[in-house]
Design a protein around this ligand. Sequence first.
Ligand SMILES: C[S@@+](CC[C@H](N)C(=O)[O-])C[C@H]1O[C@@H](n2cnc3c(N)ncnc32)[C@H](O)[C@@H]1O
Length: 400
Amino acid sequence: MTAPAPDRIEELLNATKTAFIAGSLVRLKLGGYHGAEPDLKGIEIKKITVKGGDRFSFTYRYKTRDIIKNFIQPEALALLRTGLKDEFSMAQLATTGFDMVLERNGLKIRLKRTEVEGREAPSTEHNRAKNRPLNGSDKPWLKALGIAGKDGVVRSDAQDKFRQINKMVEIFAPLIQALKAEQPLIVDMGAGKGYLDFALYDYLSTVAKRPVGVVGVEMREQLVADGNATAQQSGFDGLSFQTGTILDFDATGADAVIALHACDTATDDAIFKGISAGAVLIAVAPCCHKQIRRQMEAGKPDAQLDFLLRHGTFLEKQAEMVTDGLRALLLELNGYRTKVFEFVSDAHTPKNNLIVAEKDDRVGRDREAILRQIAAIKALFGIEEHYLEGLLGARDAGPL
Ligand SMILES: C[S@@+](CC[C@H](N)C(=O)[O-])C[C@H]1O[C@@H](n2cnc3c(N)ncnc32)[C@H](O)[C@@H]1O
């Protein structure tokens, strides 16, 4: 009686499982895909550690995007078994001690093992970093924005920026996902190079599978042209950029208006457009606060505040708080439940406040009380008019 032929696929799976448990798994790559999924090129598998424990993290590499899915061990091994039998003709396993390459040609399967020395497993920290909303591999927009190099990998000197982008996605994506519209329209005012727009669009449409439309409004023509070219190259049909000023942009139909570090009163323009369009969500991270600072300097703040306002640094901080505090009140006056909070550590940027306003009919009913409060604050700080108040007032006064 002859011994049964060794099952090469099981051999590879056992080696993968052992390396996963022992912490010696570097990666497993599946290639030679001939299954039914259009545009799937291959899968790269790593071990990651999440709150619930260790997982196999599968990065499905498509022609223009990546999708990451994490699986517990039995699920992952079952998927690998099916994949290797029916859909992939090649697998490359890398561990700290050896490599294995499996090649399948019809029923013929070859498995080759090579010993290696001096290779380290990726650290847990490394794996945690990879467990971000967006992974950094092979995205045309990351290359175009200079965050990834020609090889598609995030450059070592752009790791900080990439971390910040992921942080933005962590903050903004749940706000957008909470919107009721089937395909919400998000307008980003003062979009610049569009970091936030590309990241949000990529995450929402390809990872979270939430259809969205994103429009970035930017007055610098070249940035708009570059942004549109990159969106097209990325296959991001629902993302576009438009040249123009925030005030000139027709935001009708916007479900969310966002603005990240739009300069000084450009933040007010964005809030004004959001309110006027009846956007359900307005989220802005203000930048400088010159308009109110100048008014506090030129006006007559209450003398009791002199012990603070005569110091430039405190004046700056007060101007920031008063500007954004009044913005929050003006939003409430217009029926938005509003919160202001720090959204990133001030080690990244001192401009780290985020104003998040959500439409709520129960807010702003006592208009007189809010108006009295605004008037009292203005008198205290010697402010003649908040720029946003002027925009809203002119709108409400109607054409002359
Ligand atoms: C500090 S950058 C921030 C860019 C982007 N939001 C980000 O966080 O990466 C501000 C951008 O807003 C644009 N901007 C400022 N005021 C604007 C206005 N009134 N209308 C349109 N764009 C404006 C500027 O050209 C600039 O690109």
